[in-house]
Write a protein that binds this ligand. Structure first.
Ligand code: GAL
Length: 814
């Protein structure tokens, strides 16, 4: 094997040169990768070895009964974990050139490695981990030397170990940190807001000095700084015989962190030995309090609010599990525009990159850990590791994340089968206590799907925050048995839809399989255990005890193609409010109309290009925050419709088809008898006073006469990682998009950047995410392009050979 890699050293810029020599961080990006230890190729980490495909039902073909879905018989589940080649072994190797360690300590840090990583340094075992989502650190001081050092990581993924696509490889950053022998450890440092008001806040800083071993001559200088660098308050604190230092720092007129105002303070800590500076580090945090009780519900900074959250899997669609800052930022911006303020990291530990973005852009987080404990939900799942590893995994989750202001609660599990047993209750108590010991400031929750069983065993009653997955109609009953006197919709909706696909006749129903493998974008289909968004809106609005919800899911994800678990080809979910390409489905506007209180929403569906449906009933729905609207087809009024009042969740039974349809009228405006004719569908919205307030329309599209390109970014950073997402569609001569086009699009990138991925949001597509061509799905696809490391221009060229159309777009790389 020929060698090797380059490493990128990001030396922390510190004001004092004496210290700058001491603490160094090396981001380990360049590795060689192999599946068989024979054939190697250079890769850039974060890296997901399976995302290149090809898709095939043979990968992780599971012949199982999904008990959580109420199945009794085993059947073939082909796309359950994404139908991508993530099973098996993978090997990574890199070489890093180091200076003399000169008494420094070396920590090799993995933000997660999929899965069961075994790490070797210079041929000697440095350690390993079991769970692929856990951040972990290995002390490799004794294994390193000055000069070239080789690091090898061996991974293995076993079949039937996941209910979804987990990704494969070093999918999150890896770094090596050299610290002085006497050092401040960020994971041993807690930054806690213990009190906060607009007038004053108290930030408690506690740290444990590494290597302090009984010394009496240490002190720490703590400075709380604003983002611009000016110091708000500083404190000089002694270090006790156990190496501990603590200070309560009072901040006058603090900038309190919230999703609306995500203010980040820097906390600089300088460690002195006999008055000589020996280590210095800067951490970030936000100042805010979190509480939950039966009187005020959930409170951030003392203000009650309901969580408007979404559950997110960790994969990033066509990028797979390889984490990327720009991809995550794009998600947060879209979710915030929808009015969401919270994310549940379902069902595992988030990456640090994610958490930093949630901190700085303002998203509250339920940071989750497990999808199972002892009792396996899939044959080789985490249950294999639970007894030996669960305490360590929970500890890592809390220690790595407790200084992120965005985290508002910990979750110790999702739909844990043991919820009906006393053993389960005892484990819940143990894991919750562990969270409390490591972080006394946040409540602990978990998502329960068997309300009666969990209430009978006492499992639900022990939780700080009882979280219930689905079954809104049971909330009232659950509440009566809960000493907490409040509850959280830890997982809601599971409505299914395919972007831009509309099924006729429009039926409100438990999702069924259609021949084309798609679900209706009329947002009328849910799972047997779940419901439409409207049921959750009603609970959120009408029930004081309901502290909010996390919708399943914000984005489609790889694997779990319910209701097509047994259908091939289908390899990704239909639950998303956004599709796998990150394009909003109609449902996006339904949530936006209810959650975004700053901006108006007026969205009409379906599209209006239906050759062959002339004269046929084609219902029209409008999602809007306005209470009333009038619909026109080619200028002829179809009547004025107002949102219905007086509708509520039934506390006895789930909504059936016709009941769900009626209740939906509280939130959506529906014209059920419209007959299609080509032309224009126009809607005029009226405000609460009856004034004409807004108007929108959709038109019938003609033949393709151009390509439309819309980019989310016009300028990228020349860092080799930044991304732009360019949406491609076809338009007719009037600029109207062709909503059903399926043409194949070819793309090429020139200049300072490269093609990174392509995705159309079609769960049944087996086209590769990494080849520069794909068919449009419901008229659209999204191309992801990646900046190079040199400044210049990235040019994306897009061609539709069938329609003989071409178009380019230039993106600046700076
Ligand atoms: C829940 C589960 C999720 C997902 C969802 C689909 O029961 O917690 O992980 O499977 O169902 O509706």
């Amino acid at each position: 094997m020929k060698k090797f890699s380059l490493w990128l050293a990001a030396v922390l810029a510190l004001p004092l040169t004496a210290v700058a020599q001491q603490r160094q961080v090396y981001e380990l990006r360049a590795w060689d990768f192999s599946r068989d230890s024979i054939n190697w190729k250079p890769v850039s980490v974060p890296h997901d070895w399976a995302i290149e495909g090809p898709f095939d039902k043979k990968w992780d073909l599971q012949i199982v009964a999904i008990e959580q879905n109420g199945e009794k018989e085993k059947t073939e589940k082909s796309g359950r974990s994404g139908a991508l080649p993530w099973i098996g072994r993978g090997h990574y190797t890199t070489t890093i050139s180091l200076p003399q360690l000169a008494g420094r300590r070396a920590l090799l840090e993995f933000d997660g490695a999929m899965a069961e990583p075994e790490v070797y340094v210079n041929g000697r075992r440095a350690g390993g981990w079991a769970y692929g989502y856990t951040p972990f650190r290995l002390d490799v001081t004794s294994l390193l030397h000055a000069g070239d050092n080789r690091i090898d990581v061996h991974l293995q993924n076993v079949e039937e170990s996941s209910r979804w696509y987990p990704g494969a490889g070093l999918y999150r950053p890896v770094r090596l940190t050299l610290t002085p022998r006497l050092a401040i450890d960020p994971w041993a440092t807690a930054l806690r807001t213990v009190a906060a008001s607009p007038q004053e806040a108290t930030l408690q800083v506690e740290t444990q000095i590494d290597g302090a071993g009984g010394r009496q001559n240490l002190a720490v200088e703590v400075s709380v700084m604003h983002p611009g660098g000016w110091v708000e308050r500083a404190a000089h604190v002694g270090v006790d015989g156990q190496g501990r230092a603590a200070a309560d720092i009072v901040l006058p007129r603090p900038h309190l962190w919230s999703p609306e105002s995500p203010y980040i303070y820097k906390v600089e800590m300088a460690l002195y030995e006999d008055g000589r500076l020996v280590d210095q580090t800067v951490m970030k945090t936000g100042v805010r309090t979190v509480s939950v009780d039966s009187v005020h519900g959930f409170r951030l900074n003392g203000v009650s609010r309901k969580l408007k959250g979404v559950c997110l899997h960790h994969d990033l669609g066509p990028l797979g599990a390889a984490v990327n800052r720009a991809a995550l930022v794009r998600q947060v911006k879209q979710l915030k525009d929808m009015g969401a303020d919270a994310i549940r990291t379902a069902h595992n530990m988030p990456s640090q990159m994610q958490m930093e973005i949630y901190d700085s852009l303002g998203m509250m987080v339920m940071a989750e850990s497990f999808d199972m404990w002892r009792y396996p939900k899939c044959r080789n799942g985490y249950a294999r590791f639970f007894d030996a590893w669960s305490d360590r995994d929970i500890a890592q989750l809390v220690l790595a994340n407790r200084n992120h202001p965005s985290v508002v609660m910990w979750s110790i599990g999702n739909e844990i089968p043991e919820q009906w047993s006393e053993e389960g209750r005892d484990i819940a108590r143990r894991l919750q206590d562990l969270c409390h010991r490591l972080d006394p400031t946040r409540p602990v929750t978990q998502g329960m799907d068997r309300a009666e069983a969990a209430l009978k065993s006492g499992f639900a009653q022990v939780m700080d925050v009882p979280g219930f997955n689905y079954r809104v109609y049971k909330y009232d009953r659950n509440l009566r048995q809960l000493p907490q006197r409040f509850l959280l919709g830890s997982e809601t909706a599971s409505t299914v839809s395919s972007r831009g696909v509309y099924k006729f006749p429009v039926v409100f129903q438990v999702a069924r399989a259609y021949a084309d493998g798609q679900c209706s974008s009329y947002d009328t289909e849910w799972c047997s255990w779940s419901n439409l968004p409207e049921e959750d809106f009603m609970a959120e609005e009408d029930k004081d005890y309901d502290i909010g919800q996390f919708v399943w899911t914000g984005y489609d994800y790889l694997g779990e193609p319910t209701p097509y678990d047994e259908y091939w080809p289908s390899r990704s979910s239909y639950f998303g409010i956004m599709d796998l390409a990150g394009l909003p489905k109609d449902r996006y506007w339904l949530y936006r109309s209810e959650w975004n209180r700053q901006d108006h929403t007026l969205h009409v569906l379906p599209h209006w290009t239906w050759p062959g449906r002339e004269g046929k009933v084609t219902p029209v729905f409008v999602y809007t925050d306005y209470p009333e609207a009038e619909l026109f087809v080619n200028g002829r009024s179809q009547g004025r419709v107002r949102k219905a009042a007086g509708l509520q969740v039934d506390d006895q039974q789930p909504a059936t088809g016709s009941v769900a349809r009626e209740r939906a009228r509280r939130y959506r405006l529906m014209w059920d008898e419209v007959r299609y004719e080509p032309g224009e569908l126009r809607v005029v919205a009226y405000d609460a006073q009856g004034n004409r307030a807004a108007e929108t329309s959709v038109k019938t599209a003609g033949r393709a006469s151009g390509i439309k390109l819309e980019t989310d970014r016009r300028q990228l950073h020349a860092d080799g990682e930044d991304l732009a997402y360019v949406t491609v569609s076809l338009v007719d001569k009037n600029g109207t998009e062709l909503p059903t086009a399926t043409d194949e699009i070819e793309v090429s990138v020139s200049g300072t950047g490269r093609f990174r991925g392509i995705c159309n949001g079609d769960a049944t597509s087996l086209e590769s995410f990494v080849q520069p061509r794909m068919k449009l799905f419901s008229g659209k696809l999204v191309v992801t392009v990646q900046a190079g490391t040199a400044p210049g221009v990235l040019r994306l060229a897009v061609a539709d050979k069938r329609a003989r159309l071409e178009r380019t777009i230039d993106i600046a790389v700076e």
